[in-house]
Design a protein around this ligand. Structure first.
Ligand SMILES: O=C1O[C@H](COP(=O)(O)O)[C@@H](O)[C@H](O)[C@H]1O
Length: 329
């Protein structure tokens, strides 16, 4: 790692601060002022305008207290809804459409509630987000209203090549001016169980402070948009086919120590949290995933659903597929 990169990952941990509630409508003042002011630098965009960039600091979730939040045991409906499916000629065209979709939802939620809560996965998704950091979106999106989370994370240091945070930071977050206090990385100093508990407590705190909405149907947190990928085995987040974690009904965030895909130790959102989301974009590209896309979206009935077939958000789900990934449909 070069010295500038090493510096970028240094001092990633910030102390949790009391968050003000997010305004229910857009207002002239920011919904909350991070106590730790992000270090701001600037960069010329392709539009030749100047945007500010936050430093590499993220807010690390390491909350230990018992925040009072109604824990819901709500049963999640297993009924499968019809999901939209968009097939693009190339991954390049897909990435343009994904940027527009994300920017439109950002505008909608910022107008409606003064904030946009976005969940990222790791893997190939991050590359497909590259158009968001280009014109026109890099300048038009209200990045100050974004709150960023991870659907799953590997239990490794944030500067480790396997870290989903590092992947997102390098490919996306370092290029847009989201306040560093609104980027919720896991506490990488804890073992898997502790990191999952800590992330869940952090989410509960954000529900209590109205940063995160709650689903009235399920009682679980309702993120505005989850941007998910899918593995060639049909896994989403770190929820793998045949693993008992796919049936978790009560926890918001859980951990796995025997992930079939390395690294073995990870934390992950559970299905009740994934499916309480308002919108989900499921982004799948490449011929290597065509088999499982064919199975997941095909007509064959099976009692053993793949994890990807269990994804069903409250408002809308769209499959973003390139032609190769859709070739077996
Ligand atoms: O391990 C993981 O894999 C999935 C899929 O990754 P991809 O590179 O095949 O797209 C990813 O969505 C998840 O976040 C990650 O931890």
């Amino acid at each position: 790692m070069g010295s500038s990169t090493a510096a970028a990952y240094a001092n990633l941990r910030t102390f949790p601060t009391r968050l003000q509630s997010v305004q229910s409508s857009a207002s002239s003042s920011p919904p909350y002022l991070p106590l730790i002011r992000p270090f701001v630098s600037s960069v010329k965009t392709s539009l030749n305008s100047t945007v500010s960039l936050t430093s590499s600091k993220s807010r690390t979730c390491y909350y230990r207290s018992n925040w009072k939040v109604k824990s819901s045991m709500a049963e999640i409906s297993s009924e499968r809804k019809e999901h939209k499916k968009e097939i693009f000629e190339t991954e390049e065209v897909l990435s343009v459409a994904l940027a527009k979709y994300t920017a439109d939802l950002s505008e909608k939620f910022v107008k409606e509630r003064g904030a946009f809560t976005v969940v990222l996965s790791g893997g190939s998704l991050i590359k497909s987000l590259r158009k968001l950091v280009e014109a026109p979106y890099v300048a038009s999106i209200d990045w100050a209203k974004w709150y960023v989370f991870w659907v799953d994370e590997r239990v490794v240091p944030k500067d480790h090549p396997d870290s989903n945070y590092k992947l997102a930071y390098d490919g996306f977050l370092s290029k847009v001016p989201i306040p560093s206090g609104q980027v919720y990385a896991i506490n990488d100093s804890l073992p898997a169980e502790g990191a999952a508990d800590d992330y869940e407590t952090c989410l509960k705190h954000l529900v209590n402070t109205n940063v995160l909405a709650v689903s009235t149907a399920s009682g679980f947190p309702k993120f505005d948009l989850q941007l998910l990928g899918m593995g060639p085995d049909g896994h989403v987040a770190s929820l793998f086919p045949g693993h008992p974690l796919v049936n978790e009904k009560e926890r918001w965030v859980t951990f796995i120590k025997d992930s079939p895909k390395p690294p073995p130790e990870r934390i992950t959102f559970t299905f009740p949290v994934i499916n309480s989301s308002a919108y989900i974009a499921l982004v799948v590209v490449g011929a290597g995933k065509s088999e499982v896309v064919g199975k997941a979206l095909g007509n064959e009935k099976s009692s053993n659903l793949l994890p990807v077939q269990m994804v069903s958000p409250e408002d809308e789900m769209i499959w973003f597929l390139d032609k190769e990934a859709a070739s077996k449909l």
